[in-house]
Design a protein around this ligand. Structure first.
Ligand code: ADP
Ligand code: MG
Length: 264
């Protein structure tokens, strides 16, 4: 099995596995309730292609729910989301360009401890038969290099520190060549030094690949360090959007209070 496939794509990857292109995201008047709880209230956002954009705010304010809408894990009650101009909840238009690819890095890195680092990163490529084995090994090496783990293919995942696991999880996400990468609380459970290292890894990715990054975090130091722009969500509403410097200078009392109580 698979021989026809291998004949057709000798040494190459399937055509759908093209270079990432960095997509823009537009959220229009998004509303979502769970029972009586109105979690997201008229959310509007414009995230540019290639941008590193963070959504910050206290726990329980709807950050993860917002992220889940962008990857279609949750459907809005009203409002729309466009990715590169396509309404992601509408019928798939026939003439749409190839579907965008996204990848989510979850809070719990969700790696397989019984596999090596390289096996974790290559899992999706092998499962979907994206390329031949030689090419997959080159992709794994390249993605590990991007997160600063060059040559760590054969380490056992169970032996890694929390920060290294997070970087393997990012490399595994990058193996899909995503146009959009989403991180939900990437620094949860990491100490401040490791968080700073992770911020540098995420920032450096921008220089190497065309990628839109959306980060949800209640860790302000992390978000301010690496983001082009930041949106603060409070009680289900976006109350401020701007560069880290603009947020730090905000006159909004809820922004000021959040910054005052959560930064060093
Ligand atoms: P956070 O900003 O901490 O990421 P969440 O987006 O996870 O907050 O949750 C916002 C609110 O929505 C919380 O009160 C949470 O309990 C509630 N919520 C999230 N998902 C569901 C769900 N599937 N069903 C019911 N309530 C939910
Ligand atoms: Mg959350």
């Amino acid at each position: 099995p698979g021989s026809v496939f291998e004949e057709e794509h000798r040494g190459e990857c399937v055509p759908e596995y093209s270079e990432p292109r960095g997509v823009d995201i537009r959220v229009e008047n998004l509303n979502k309730s769970f029972g009586d709880l109105h979690v997201l209230k008229d959310i509007c956002l414009d995230i540019k292609a290639g941008e590193t954009f963070s959504i910050i705010g206290p726990s329980g304010t709807g950050k993860s729910v917002l992220l889940k809408h962008i990857v279609k894990l949750v459907k809005p009650d009203s409002g729309r989301i466009f990715i590169d101009g396509h309404d992601i909840f509408a019928e798939k238009p026939k003439d749409a360009a190839r579907e965008y690819r996204y990848s989510m890095v979850f809070q719990t890195s969700a790696l397989f401890n019984s596999l090596t680092v390289g096996e974790n990163v290559g899992l999706w490529l092998r499962e979907k038969r994206i390329c031949n084995e030689g090419r997959i090994r080159r992709v794994i090496r390249e993605k590990l290099r991007l997160v600063g783990l060059e040559g760590k293919e054969d380490m056992m995942t169970s032996e890694l520190s929390g920060g290294m696991k997070k970087r393997v999880a990012i490399a595994r996400s990058l193996a899909m060549n995503p146009d959009l990468i989403l991180y939900d609380e990437p620094t949860a459970e990491l100490d401040p030094v490791t968080s700073d290292e992770l911020a540098r890894v995420v920032m450096n990715l921008k220089e190497d690949i065309s990628l839109t990054s959306v980060i949800v975090s209640h860790d302000l130091n992390f978000a301010f360090h690496l983001s082009d722009r930041v949106a603060m969500i409070h009680d289900g509403r976006i109350i401020e959007v701007g560069t880290p410097a603009e947020l730090k200078a905000s006159e909004n009392p809820n922004v000021k209070k959040f910054i005052y109580t959560t930064t060093k």
